[in-house]
Design a protein around this ligand. Structure first.
Ligand SMILES: C[S@@+](CC[C@H](N)C(=O)[O-])C[C@H]1O[C@@H](n2cnc3c(N)ncnc32)[C@H](O)[C@@H]1O
Length: 484
């Protein structure tokens, strides 16, 4: 998110910031260091952010937010107004319901000035149209958006509570109720807004007696197993810090009475104060936070699906029940739906970047029938190794993946350069901005495909690749060997 278009009433942007800070400071116990400033960073494409007014030393307290100010289930009145146990909904849905309640209270809500600075529109993948999503081409991220699952949970768990309590959840906007098609659409829109805010803004809140460091808001949109999860809360101001990979210079500490943001290095005057969202591939950054910067490119990955690997190996399908090779791996907990390969860095060797489960799968798939039967009769998984046949199969999978993207790395690089002058990245809005971010994501993934193929080429050229034990050559079992 970046621009005016994401915020309600953008003409009052600065007033809203000022009112928010005044409201925040009016809460007993809140402390805000006078060396920081809530800044308008829309011209950089970064919405609001926190900036150092003057030099800040390492370890200085930037602000302190008492636990009672956090927008969370335990601090909202809703719990006492409903007969249901709100906490039983789990961390995501319970906070979503509470935020919906507080939002619909309008100015009556304790957090009204806080809602005024939160965006109402997002560039997270949940909100991309089909044509926009197609720009991500073969990126595995497209299958991880989970919009349908989220809507099913909302309709199953949240809608009945909302509809049964119209006095607590007044629909507003000329809508008589949250029933019927129009009501359901409005409810889904509002709950998606709350879900997206939780995904990009909320923190996992540790219990008061725990004094450890904060977790970053890094969970996917309601896709986690809710068991054993910490409760979630919206921490005003702490969530107005942006992040930019290695530019992290502040951290939130969860103390007994308050959540305290401190600098973790000296911050010069005028510099932005950044939180840490984690080492996230740009595809995931886009899914969760709706933005990308090049600083995250070292964390890009590619994901190869089990289906694609099985297909390249000539298996008719990837059903565990009907494929004994997959069954054997599954029994040994070595089977996955997808295999993630990180971006190789300068001196990385192939064996350092390929997950062991992927090598085990490749090894199983290239074994001769006799060899496989031998391992299966002993109920032993294969000994994972990168030999000629495995390398050849991997090569074929990677080439197949390249084809799925539809355009080449060179074409995409040209497209990106043609989009806009690099010095004005934030001048793009709406679909054009999404198009650019999709290009950045798919370029990152294609670069990894190229690098891994190059590593395979090097390995083949080095002459160190072993042939498999049964003497099969790569060419006898696979259609195309690595270029040697
Ligand atoms: C926790 S909020 C930070 C406050 C946010 N900028 C705002 O104005 O409300 C996270 C959101 O900020 C934006 N953001 C964070 N870091 C960014 C960056 N380095 N560049 C651009 N946008 C960023 C993304 O839209 C993300 O979803």
């Amino acid at each position: 998110m970046s621009s005016s278009a994401h915020f309600p009433d953008p003409a009052s942007f600065q007033d809203q910031s000022d009112r928010f800070v005044s409201w925040l400071e009016s809460n007993p116990g809140v402390k805000v260091n006078s060396k920081i400033l809530l800044a308008d960073l829309r011209s950089n494409g970064a919405g609001r952010g926190v900036v150092a007014r003057s030099h800040i030393a390492e370890g200085e307290e930037l602000f302190s937010i008492p636990r009672s100010v956090i927008l969370a289930v335990q601090n909202s009145q809703l719990k006492s107004l409903l007969s249901q146990d709100v906490d039983a909904l789990g961390p995501w849905l319970s906070l979503m319901l509470v935020m919906l309640y507080e939002y619909l209270q309008g100015t009556q809500s304790k957090w009204a000035p806080y809602f005024q600075v939160l965006p109402t529109r997002f560039d997270t993948l949940m909100f991309w149209s089909e044509p926009e999503l197609r720009e991500l081409q073969a990126s595995a991220i497209v299958d991880k958006i989970g919009k349908r699952g989220a809507e099913e949970s909302i309709l199953e768990s949240i809608a009945p509570i909302v509809r049964a309590n119209p006095a607590l959840f007044p629909p507003g906007n000329g809508l008589a109720s949250f029933d019927g098609d129009a009501g359901t659409a409005a409810l889904l829109e509002l709950t998606h807004m709350m879900g997206s805010l939780i995904m990009a803004y909320a923190f996992d809140i540790e219990k008061a007696e725990d004094d450890d460091e904060a977790e970053d808001p890094d969970e996917s949109y309601m896709t986690d197993d809710d068991e054993e999860q910490l409760s979630k809360g919206m921490v005003p101001l702490a969530d107005l810090l942006n992040a930019d990979a290695d530019r992290n210079n502040a951290r939130l500490y969860q103390e007994e009475e308050a959540l305290v943001m401190k600098s973790i290095k000296p911050i010069p005057e005028g510099e932005e104060i950044f939180n840490d969202y984690g080492e996230i591939p740009r595809a995931d950054l886009l899914r969760r936070y709706g933005y990308v910067t090049d600083n995250y490119s070292p964390f890009d990955v590619i994901e190869l699906s089990l289906d694609d690997i099985c297909q390249a190996a000539g298996l008719p399908n990837s059903n565990v029940e009907s494929q004994p090779r997959l069954q054997l791996l599954d029994e040994h907990d070595l089977l996955d739906d997808g295999y993630v390969i990180p971006r190789p860095s300068a001196n990385d060797k192939l064996e350092n970047i390929l997950p062991i489960e992927l090598v085990a799968l490749l090894t199983t798939l290239v074994q001769s029938p006799e060899e496989f039967e031998q391992r299966r009769s002993k109920n032993k998984p294969p000994r994972p190794a990168i030999e000629v046949n495995q390398a050849t199969l991997l090569y074929k999978v990677l080439q197949g993946k390249q084809v799925q993207y539809g355009t080449s790395l060179e074409q995409d690089t040209q497209l990106l350069h043609g989009l806009l002058p690099p010095q004005s990245p934030s001048s793009l809005e709406g679909s054009a901005r999404r198009h650019k971010m999709a290009l950045q994501v798919r370029i990152g993934e294609k670069e990894i495909l190229h690098s891994v193929l190059a590593l395979l080429d090097c390995l083949a050229a080095s002459g160190t690749l072993k042939r498999t034990a049964n003497g099969d050559t790569a060419d006898s079992r696979q259609s195309k060997a690595p270029r040697v």
